[in-house]
Design a protein around this ligand. Structure first.
Ligand SMILES: [Zn+2]
Length: 273
């Protein structure tokens, strides 16, 4: 599943390619046809992302297209001419110079301002939303016996963090992923939050997740670059049984919150909170 940086990037790309212009809106697949008929010829006025939710605002009234890619949703965007529409495209936006095709989302629905607000209210703060901060997330974490690794994946606690960022940020701060939320101090969690803000902004900019510090890049360590379909240089994610860049020990993996967790038991010892 894409992490929050991908969704914020999609919001930015929609603004770049479509904002302030009238779009032709269609649903070649047919499932979004009625809404597309209402929106076509209207202007895309605003885009927004919150965690893994994307919102495309059409003027003049407050109409939003709410999109959640889920596990299988994908976007293809680019310059015109657009490829012939296939019946797998749920939503197509098209103007003279660009197109955007959405396929296979979990959610693609036309919603009102009030319905959009309700979605924001059930999500935790998002490190990529400038108005959000760590306080609301820490209020929940500090009351919870659940592990910090599971809490970071809970979108009601922190929105936008997925499996890669949670593993990497805990490694970067030397925190045992099994630490109960209530054992983390506010100062410690604020460091995690600030680091997520920086890492995820970089993710939006580059379109991939890089988490190694300058001294641990392949060039600095004179090691081969990582080969993995998710791209990016990381410390622990999908590096089970490989050598830790910091201590030389073995990276471990285990299932946690329905996803594979990765960590270094030496660099992230129990009790180091
Ligand atoms: Zn290590």
């Amino acid at each position: 599943m894409p992490e929050g940086h991908t969704i914020h990037r999609l919001a930015q790309d929609h603004t770049t390619l479509f904002a302030g212009r009238k779009a032709t809106v269609t649903s070649p697949q047919g499932k979004f046809s009625d809404a597309a008929d209402l929106l076509t010829g209207r202007e895309l006025t605003r885009t927004e992302a919150h965690g893994k939710h994307l919102f495309l605002g059409f003027g003049p009234a407050d109409s939003w297209v709410h999109i959640h890619l889920g596990l299988f949703g994908t976007y293809a965007m680019g310059a015109t001419p657009a490829p012939p529409p296939t019946d797998t495209v749920r939503l197509r936006l098209l103007n003279e110079s660009a197109y955007a095709d959405l396929r296979g989302p979990t959610t693609c629905a036309l919603i009102t301002d009030a319905e959009k607000q309700a979605i924001h209210e059930r999500l935790g703060p998002d490190p990529l939303r400038p108005s959000d901060g760590p306080a609301k997330a820490y209020a929940r974490i500090s009351r919870s016996r659940t592990t910090i690794a599971a809490l970071l994946m809970d979108q009601k606690v922190v929105a936008g963090v997925g499996n890669v960022y949670r593993a990497e940020v805990l490694f970067r701060h030397g925190i045992d992923p099994y630490t109960p939320g209530r054992d983390l101090t506010e100062a410690r969690f604020t460091q995690i939050w600030d680091d997520l803000v920086a890492l995820m902004r970089e993710g939006v900019r580059l379109g991939r997740i890089d988490t190694v510090r300058p001294e641990h890049t392949p060039e600095a360590m004179n090691r081969p670059p990582r080969v993995d379909d998710h791209g990016g240089e990381v410390y622990v994610y999908r590096r089970a049984d490989q050598t830790c860049h910091l201590c030389g020990g073995e990276i471990r993996t285990a299932a946690l919150a329905a996803r594979n967790l990765f960590w270094c038991p030496t660099c992230q010892p129990p009790g180091a909170r």
